[in-house]
Design a protein around this ligand. Structure first.
Ligand SMILES: C[S@@+](CC[C@H](N)C(=O)[O-])C[C@H]1O[C@@H](n2cnc3c(N)ncnc32)[C@H](O)[C@@H]1O
Length: 194
């Protein structure tokens, strides 16, 4: 596809995403965000246990988000919503008044080959982008079953000027995600916006 057509499509997609986010987040200013929410099990249960919070789950895959929406509808919970979108684009198009209260990234795509590690969601550029929506003190919770991703995350987060790894906070809510159920073991990393 020619480059100018590609740009037109990207801009159209972002406009649609902006409209959806404005609709779903209307009336809210602080949200708990799950990036790569998969089928939404974790976030629906988290929202049920924390009804004072407003939770947004995002995932690139439309089929997964459709299942999430069904789950939200069945739950009847007013404080959880799901939107299809890529994490960078969602952050870029979030309504201006929205601030992230906390972030969850649970079992993200591992990109196991070393030459693909740059595609991992935990990377310096993404952490900088995420930081612009987080006030000081906001916590990001990351969990993976891939040991070298965990070590990579420690290195990337540890070397990032906007985030510090913390060990003084407990994992806030235990409910196995689909990928957690499939894994034999996992590692968690909690980091705070500085
Ligand atoms: C390995 S699955 C884990 C799903 C779920 N968190 C779980 O633990 O069962 C990773 C999910 O992240 C989504 N994903 C990957 N990269 C993404 C991105 N840049 N923005 C939004 N979603 C993304 C994928 O579509 C997929 O559903």
């Amino acid at each position: 596809m020619p480059y100018d057509q590609h740009i037109v499509r990207v801009n159209q997609r972002k406009e649609e995403l902006k409209g959806k986010l404005e609709k779903e987040l209307s009336g809210f200013s602080e949200i708990s965000l799950e990036i790569g929410c998969g089928h939404g099990h974790w976030l629906v249960d988290y929202a049920a246990a924390n009804q004072e919070k407003f939770c947004l789950g995002i995932d690139m895959m439309g089929s997964r988000i459709r299942r999430c929406i069904k789950k939200q509808e069945r739950s009847g919970l007013p404080n959880v919503r799901f939107v299809q979108g890529e994490a960078f684009e969602v952050l870029e198009t979030l309504p201006e008044k929205i601030k992230l209260e906390e972030v969850f990234i649970l079992f993200p795509d591992p990109w196991p080959k070393k030459r693909h590690w740059k595609n991992r969601i935990i990377n310096p550029k993404f952490l900088s982008q995420l930081a612009t929506f987080c006030q000081q003190g906001v916590i990001t919770h990351f969990r993976t079953d891939v040991e070298d991703y965990y070590n990579w995350a420690i290195e990337v987060v540890g070397g990032h000027p906007n985030w510090e790894i913390t060990t003084d906070i407990e994992w806030p809510f235990e409910r196995a995600t689909v990928f957690q159920e499939r894994s034999e073991s996992y590692h968690s990393l909690i980091f705070r916006r500085v």
